[in-house]
Design a protein around this ligand. Structure first.
Ligand SMILES: Nc1ncnc2c1ncn2[C@@H]1O[C@H](COP(=O)(O)OP(=O)(O)O)[C@@H](O)[C@H]1O
Ligand SMILES: [Mg+2]
Length: 353
């Protein structure tokens, strides 16, 4: 664990940390506690986190240079990837080895750095799919149309409420693929809320979003906290981090290298010199693009993210179509077979992810 110099904790630190702010410090009310989490890719330790705790009820920003391991850590903590070592608890429940669909059912949901165009689905269908997936409805539940239909009604009501809240109600019958990048980011956030999560993890929610929508997204993130939801987000825009984060965790080369309130961490000379440079007041996205173009990367992680999303989403679509067929035809055996196939494909997609 790299040590960074910390100035005296301010009052914000006292409310969140149970001890002096430092990498891996204990929190007063942690919602997520992870220890010795490592993930290697061909000899490279993408994640090497000795200990980290995410404070409950607060907005925590996870920052650090590109390739620091932020997305990989998200993937591990949400069951989209398996670690080489490590254990973590979400709200007191041991989550190591628990697959993504069960993690989201327990109240921990995430969004992806790159949103996938849900070409074949309308905005409303995509929202309902969020609930279906998140609540972990089993294919056999579709055998009893009365259960399925009342659940559908409740899901639709919640979906419409959330679309309204995110200013997307007028778009409910549009294909999700026809929306702008920013609107898709909003849709993704709204979709994540379909299952009433306790912790929402947002991977670069502002990437590719125009300034007007950024403002709206910012408002929604603060709104989440106001409604009691814990937020952990990855962001390169240092101005945004400073504006809304209660706590900042800095990662570099797979490790947590600094933690504290934005005022302390982002003014810490060691952090600024090593990770933020003279650009601490700028949008770090620009800086990163510079680094990216000057560095040859063997693996384009963007492609991997898109592929993974495609596999999972295609399988979800199949499951929904199978269940819909049952509602219409009542031919149980054929639909059970289809649904079982769809679920099997879904799990396969997750294993690969
Ligand atoms: N699926 C993968 N296969 C191989 N290497 C990967 C994979 N995913 C991430 N990496 C590597 O792990 C490191 C951390 O990546 P990532 O977690 O995406 O960083 P960040 O989100 O902080 O930019 C990078 O060096 C990246 O190239
Ligand atoms: Mg990333």
């Amino acid at each position: 664990m790299a040590e960074t110099s910390q100035t005296a904790p301010d009052s914000g630190t006292e409310a969140i940390a149970a001890e002096k702010a430092a990498p891996g410090c204990h929190k007063v009310h942690p919602i997520l506690v992870a220890s010795n989490v490592t993930r290697e890719f061909g000899g490279l330790k993408a994640v090497d986190v000795e200990h980290v705790e995410i404070p409950r009820g607060a907005i925590t920003a996870l920052i650090g240079p590109n390739g620091a391991g932020k997305t990989t850590l998200f993937n591990l903590l949400t069951g989209f990837d398996n670690p080489n070592t490590g254990a973590w608890e979400f709200d007191g429940t041991d989550l190591a080895g628990v697959p993504a669909h069960k993690v989201s059912r327990l109240g921990e949901v995430r969004t992806f750095q790159l949103t996938k165009v849900l070409g074949r689905m309308t905005v409303l269908e995509s929202m309902k799919l969020g609930a279906r997936h998140q609540t972990g409805e089993h294919f056999w539940a579709a055998l009893f149309p009365f259960i399925w239909r009342s659940q559908e009604k409740a899901n639709e009501k919640r979906a419409l409420e959330l679309l309204d809240r995110f200013g997307l109600l007028a778009k409910k019958d549009d294909f999700a693929g026809s929306m702008s990048g920013g609107q898709r980011k909003l849709l993704e956030m709204a979709r994540a809320l379909m299952c009433n999560p306790q912790l929402v993890m947002l991977d670069e929610p502002m990437a590719g979003v125009n300034p007007a929508l950024k403002q709206s997204l910012l408002g929604h993130i603060v709104g989440l906290k106001d409604s009691g939801v814990t937020v952990l987000f990855v962001e390169h825009d240092m101005h945004m981090v400073h504006t809304i984060a209660d706590w900042v965790i800095v990662m570099a080369e797979g490790r947590v290298v600094a933690e504290g309130t934005p005022d302390v961490v982002m003014e810490d000379p060691a952090v600024v010199d090593a990770y933020l440079g003279s650009n601490k007041d700028r949008d770090l996205g620009d800086v990163i693009n510079g680094i990216r173009s000057s560095r040859k990367r063997k693996v384009d992680v963007s492609d991997i993210d898109i592929q993974r999303d495609e596999e999972v989403l295609d399988a979800q679509q199949e499951a929904v179509e199978a269940a819909q067929e049952l509602g219409e035809s009542g031919d149980s055996q054929a639909v059970v077979d289809d649904a079982a196939d769809a679920v099997a494909t879904d799990d396969k997609g997750k294993d690969k992810a």
